[in-house]
Design a protein around this ligand. Structure first.
Ligand SMILES: [Zn+2]
Length: 270
């Protein structure tokens, strides 16, 4: 009897352990699926799979930072025109790839219009920039050199990690600790960095139209008093230009103040 009871107890424990393991595996699968839902290896890498924003909700007035990644490109000028017409400041996390070399002089217009110029990546190729921490900072150095003729590079102290600060794609190339190391080094070098908490999903392989981009933004922004919106100004994101007036209207009607990332940071810490 006693042996049977022990056996039953053991098999009971085994069953619960199995059920727990199964549940964990399903949960991990769901989380993994969600995490990578929007990620596709395209010409325009999509940053949306790492939606962690270093914002934090506070008692401050409602604020929104429109941020544009991966430009400048042919779509940057129309974006600047809309921002100017609407009197809305924004932040541009720029690249310096072969594809956008011809548009690099636009960084001077971005800065002259009062927007914030910030660093993203020269090549934006995960396999290169995340091969090692040295490779990452070499890439940032190359970006700064490419911007030098057009901008006050010394004054740029904000960056956004391609894929976001919690991306796991980098682990393939630089090991599981690379983002942690890069964040610590960024701080040592005097950089501020920021992710996002609202993702337009405008650079996904599915090429969403303007209406879908606006829906994506409304979905993520709902309930947040501080929004850092990830948008893109690449040559492939013409629908972002089309959506921009409605995006601005949405936040304006929601009582949000538009600010650059640096302005928001100053307000939060001031
Ligand atoms: Zn990017």
């Amino acid at each position: 009897m006693r042996r049977n009871a022990n056996r039953e107890e053991r098999s009971g424990r085994l069953l619960s352990a199995l059920a727990a393991a199964l549940l964990l595996a399903v949960l991990a699968g769901v989380i993994h699926g969600l995490y990578h839902k929007e990620y596709a290896e395209t010409d325009t890498p999509n940053d949306c799979f790492a939606a962690a924003a270093a914002t934090g909700e506070t008692a401050l007035p409602r604020m929104v930072c429109l941020t544009f990644d991966d430009g400048p490109s042919k779509n940057t000028q129309p974006i600047l025109e809309i921002l100017d017409r609407e009197q809305v400041p924004a932040t541009f996390f720029v690249c310096a790839q072969d594809a956008n070399e011809a548009y690099l002089p636009l960084v001077a217009d971005i800065a002259a219009a009062g927007h914030q110029l910030a660093l993203h990546s020269a090549t934006h190729q995960y396999s290169k920039i995340y091969a090692s921490t040295d490779a990452f900072w070499q890439d940032i150095k190359a970006l700064r050199q490419a911007l030098e003729p057009y901008a006050d590079v010394e004054g740029i102290d904000w960056l956004r990690f391609p894929g976001g600060s919690t991306n796991t794609v980098s682990h393939r190339y630089g090991g599981s600790g690379i983002m942690k190391a890069l964040k610590a080094q960024a701080e040592e070098k005097g950089y501020h960095w920021i992710d996002w908490n609202v993702c337009a999903e405008d650079a996904t392989a599915s090429h969403p139209d303007a209406a879908q981009i606006l829906r994506n933004i409304r979905r993520d922004a709902d309930g947040h008093d501080i929004c850092v919106v990830l948008l893109h100004d690449t040559r492939a994101t013409g629908q972002t230009v089309k959506a921009l007036p409605d995006i601005i209207r949405y936040f304006r009607e929601g009582g949000y103040t538009f600010c650059t990332v640096a302005q928001m940071d100053a307000l939060k810490n001031g």
